[in-house]
Write a protein that binds this ligand. Sequence first.
Ligand code: TYM
Length: 348
Amino acid sequence: MSEPVQTPQTQFQPRIFSGIQPSGGLTLGNYLGALKRFVEKQDEGIETIYCLVDMHAITVWQDPEKLRQQTREGAAAFIAAGIDPKRSILFNQSQVSAHAELAWIFNCVARMGWMNRMTQFKDKAGKNAEAASLGLYAYPALMAADIMVYHATMVPVGEDQKQHLELTRDIAIKFNNDFGVNFFPVVEPLIEGAATRVMSLRDGTKKMSKSDPSDQSRINLTDDADMIAAKIRKAKTDPEPLPDTAAGLKDRPEAKNLVNIYAGLSGQSVDQVIAEYAGAQFGTFKPKLAELAVAKLSPITTEMNRLMKDPAEIDRILGQGADRAEAIACPIMEKTYEITGMIRSRRG
Ligand code: TYM
């Protein structure tokens, strides 16, 4: 779908944007595919903007009180995992109205045909697409706006977001071409590491997801040590021992998933994990994985629980983050209005 990148990118300073939906508690998939890498990017010293995308969450029904709670819990998870709200900008999307404003303009740039190809819409809408919200259909244009309203150049995500980022590139290129400008950067997706697609613990061919009806399918960041260990113990596997090479994991989705999770949590490559556990039975490997998962996740859960005791402080952090985000987004939005021919006489 993407045309070749025509825009010289040198004028855009490196800036990272990424988001997570507060549509449920965060999972190990969100942690390994996104959150852990958000922290690494922050620690590399790049300008980082992270967002709880509450407006994306309401593209499917959300109970208002639960949504508020989950947004705070999401923010607590970011901070507990190592996001420092002084070094990164951390906020919730609805507090910065420029996201919705730019999304509308992008709705007028993106084509129906592009949206019709989005696999996430098809998955989420299911068989009855007629009953899906219009927001769910337009979701990728809001996502493009999230990124472009900051002129972000890099977006760390899990593999499932790749198609949305290709669409973001297409929207930026079309906007630039339509208006004869070089205004929006063409983003680079950062899909890196051993665990860019963490799979369900019950079915190695399905993505681990906060919306899966089975709680046994996922590890939640709120699970305690016993729950984590029990879920790993019961995780589906096959009867073979672990292979001698990473290639031996082919056609063994459950085994591959557990090895990827181990690699993601330990910071090792899959080859290193395989070298250590070649020939091991799951009876040996699973307790080691459980031990590692508890060691890495428990401190985050404990810190999240501590932070959640003071919701007012979380709201204060999100508010401050939103002020900082808005200071970047507002001039970009004003310029977008100017490019598209809107009169903005109230702001001089
Ligand atoms: P969401 O909320 O579904 O997931 C948040 C992030 O977690 C990653 N992720 C996974 N990674 C590996 N394995 C898994 N099983 C797994 N499940 C989720 C996702 O790839 C994502 O990086 N549309 C986005 C939210 C969004 C966004 C944005 C992201 C809105 N605007 C702008 C980046 C930039 C979403 O639904 O993510």
